[in-house]
Design a protein. Structure first.
Length: 115
């Protein structure tokens, strides 16, 4: 069973940057799609970005041009580089993996954008 552990969240001022990381353990090679979702207070969990094993990416419109997702299959890691952060980006960010027909989630990391 694959497990996902996020790191890199924190408090940042508007316009700043953060880099989130997700480390996977277990049968990483069985996961095709990985990515990031986020959940703001009082709202549902929304897609941020996805990346396939072959490096094909997909982004939410709200983060296009500001966020970049990357994947290192050898190191079993996925990263989310977040630039030009806005207060609306404040949320708990969850690492996601799709293993066959199973969705796998990390525990989440808090990102707060505030002055």
């Amino acid at each position: 069973q694959v497990q996902l552990v996020e790191s890199g969240g924190g408090l940042v001022q508007p316009g700043g940057s953060l880099r989130l990381s997700c480390a996977a353990s277990g049968s990483f090679w069985t996961i095709n799609t990985m990515g990031w979702y986020r959940q703001a207070p009082g709202k549902g969990r929304d897609l941020v970005a996805l990346i396939t094993r072959d490096g094909i990416t997909n982004y939410a419109d709200s983060v296009k041009g500001r966020f970049t997702i990357s994947r290192d299959n050898a190191k079993k890691t996925v990263h989310l580089q977040m630039n030009s952060l806005k207060p609306d980006d404040t949320a708990v960010y969850y690492c996601y993996g799709r293993q066959d027909s199973t969705n796998i989630w990390g525990q989440g990391t808090q990102v707060t954008v505030s002055s």
